[in-house]
Design a protein around this ligand. Structure first.
Ligand code: ADP
Ligand code: MG
Length: 595
């Protein structure tokens, strides 16, 4: 009897590999562009048709291939890149020798290349795995690779391709990532004749990021640069008040390779945990560089996953870098917030002249004051003593008090917003959001010194919760105690609350405990104890901040502003909402057509 086990033909092996390496047109393009980068190209031009489904070409000015190399390149596991056959010393983007044979097995692949310094170029093709003989060709430099009818040889895969626009979007995305990692390379993408982007070669990362992420990101982000024992993290992360609903704008790189790595994504989440709502995501472009042997790139054929030798070291480096960055800028609200506010304030879009005419001709004569009963009783503003007219105000010598960057409080509106004046603009503070952050930071600080002012409840409160929730809170009993929250077990499904942090004022212990239990269950074990306790303080601050809707005196408002100026992270509440917006006078002037 003949054996039923047989070796697969090389052609089939390649198609199987193609299933992993070349998932969609964007993955073929990614592999080809990576090859060009590995070949030392300084200019790479990509052209696609039908979202890469019918045609892809990648042209570079790299080192090219000799006649022999050209033929070898499409052989499986043929690579020029694995120095000393060491999988843990990888300094190139490719190393598996799989991309070209895979692409050649499922499409019509044509390669034309001129080896650096050689006289003649050569061309070679492979269609559905069948090779044709090498021929002389014309080419000025580098390599041109053309891929027609991707997956024509594997109809099952063809069916999974998406709409042209979707494929094109994915191509753009993946090329953007490569472009960020290699600013020194010029990279262009055309959809047939239409230029989609043309990134010129840049000397530094910042210029490339500006091109791709846009000026708004650069303006609202914080530069990072931290090194520890040969591990380096560099890049930009957004201010906590500048965030998105998805993590799509998180660009991560390890040793100049774009990666999608769960560990790193988790680290970013943890680093912002303190300053951002859980369903919002910061924008980041972070570049991690570590010794090649400290990271395994060979986790998946697509090479976008990595395995770190020392996850803890990576985690702590990244968290320190990001937190330090955020901390340094923690009192800066994003300019984006102010722009949104200004845009919302802009009058309806009438051409300026027309607007004026309209007012003069019809509105003014027809204007009647609203009936007395509709006007809310107007309290004399507390600041009325300041001045009747501007000139006396200007002549009045500025009081001795020094006002900080958040300016001098002038008024409170709707018992919620503090309006303050700075030399160059107007600041609007959301008193509730600001207060929430202040309570939070004070709780955190007090927790550190084991000295949280607390209030005993006159009658201890019995709170009923699910068994699992009770257990979850009780495992942290001592730590919660250190935060000022005294609880005790009382049966399987209830707890006794004896004391709460004084900063919280009057609160509902049941809803506080329920929120804490939910929070802890959601965070799971992902965070360190410290971080979990911070989350506890954050939840408590949220419960304790009832200041919206409370009238404040000018002195009290100024005190709040000064406290914000001296408190870390005061530009955003615990959920990442801004606590204040600053409108520049120049913008306000524009609103009124003064500039
Ligand atoms: P890998 O990149 O893992 O080595 P590939 O199948 O992608 O495997 O490419 C095989 C080999 O072909 C590469 O090692 C390289 O020597 C050569 N090659 C591919 N593309 C180019 C290019 N654009 N310029 C020069 N050499 C190339
Ligand atoms: Mg390759």
């Amino acid at each position: 009897m003949t054996s039923r086990i047989r070796l697969l033909e090389p052609h089939l092996i390649n198609q199987i590999a193609a299933g992993e390496v070349i998932e969609r047109p964007f993955s073929a393009i990614k592999e080809l562009v990576e090859n060009s980068i590995d070949a030392g190209a300084t200019q790479i031009d990509v052209i696609v048709r039908d979202g890469g489904k019918s045609y892809i070409s990648v042209s570079d000015n790299g080192c090219g291939m000799t006649e022999e190399e050209l033929q070898l390149a499409v052989e499986r596991h043929a690579t020029s890149k694995l120095k000393d056959s060491n999988l843990f010393q990888i300094s190139t983007l490719g190393f598996r020798g799989e991309a070209l044979p895979s692409i050649g097995s499922v499409s019509r692949l044509h390669i034309t290349s001129l080896y650096e310094g050689a006289q003649d170029a050569w061309t070679f093709s492979i269609e559905g795995g069948t090779k044709s003989p090498l021929k002389p060709a014309q080419r000025l430099s580098g390599t041109l690779i053309e891929v027609r009818d991707l997956f024509y040889a594997t109809p099952a895969r063809l069916k999974f391709l998406r709409a042209t626009t979707t494929e094109l979007q994915a191509i753009r995305e993946s090329l953007d990532r490569l472009a960020m990692a290699h600013p020194q390379v010029g990279l262009s993408l055309k959809d047939d004749q239409r230029v989609i982007f043309n990134y010129r070669a840049q000397k530094n990362l910042m210029d490339r990021l500006q091109e791709i992420m846009g000026g708004e990101f650069m303006e609202n982000s914080i530069p990072l640069d931290l090194e520890r024992d040969g591990y380096v993290v560099k890049g930009y992360v957004s201010l906590p008040t500048y965030h998105r609903a998805t993590a799509n704008h998180q660009y991560l790189f390890v040793n100049q390779r774009p990666v999608k790595d769960r560990v790193l994504m988790g680290v970013i989440k943890a680093a912002y945990q303190d300053v951002l709502a859980r369903d919002r995501h910061p924008l980041v472009a972070l570049f991690l560089t570590l010794p090649p042997e400290a990271v395994d790139m060979n986790v998946h054929p697509a090479k976008t996953e990595v395995r770190f030798q020392d996850v803890q070291k990576v985690r702590s480096l990244m968290i320190s870098a990001i937190r330090h960055g955020i901390h340094g800028e923690s009192q800066r609200a994003s300019s984006h917030t102010a722009q949104v506010a200004i845009a919302a304030l802009r009058p309806p879009m009438l051409p300026l002249n027309q607007g004026k005419l309209h007012l003069a001709a019809s509105h003014r004569p027809a204007f009647t004051p609203p009936s007395q009963s509709l006007v809310a009783p107007f309290e004399v503003p507390v600041y009325s003593h300041l001045s009747e007219n501007e000139s006396t105000y200007e002549e009045t010598p500025t009081p001795q008090i020094q006002y900080g960057p958040l300016g001098q409080a002038r008024a409170q509106l709707h018992s919620t917003y503090i309006i303050s004046e700075t030399p160059s603009g107007i600041v609007i503070v959301d008193q509730h959001a600001a207060h929430e952050r202040l309570v939070y930071e004070s709780l955190k600080a007090a927790r550190m010194t084991q000295n949280v002012p607390r209030q005993m409840l006159l009658i201890p409160e019995v709170v009923e919760l699910k068994e699992a929730d009770c257990a979850r809170l009780l495992t942290l009993k001592n730590d919660l105690g250190a935060c000022g929250l005294g609880i005790e077990a009382l049966g399987d499904q209830s707890l006794l609350v004896r004391e709460i942090p004084a900063a919280l004022g009057e609160i509902n212990p049941k809803s506080l405990l329920q929120d804490l239990a939910d929070e802890l269950s959601e965070l799971g074990e992902a965070l360190s104890l410290q971080d979990r306790l911070d989350a506890v303080c954050s939840s408590m601050a949220c419960h304790g901040s009832v200041r919206a809707g409370r009238r404040m005196q000018i002195e009290e408002m100024n005190a709040l502003l000064r406290q914000m100026e001296s408190t870390a992270y005061s530009a955003q509440c615990n959920h990442g909402r801004p606590t204040y917006v600053e409108l520049k006078l120049s913008d306000v002037e524009k609103l009124f057509g003064r500039k």
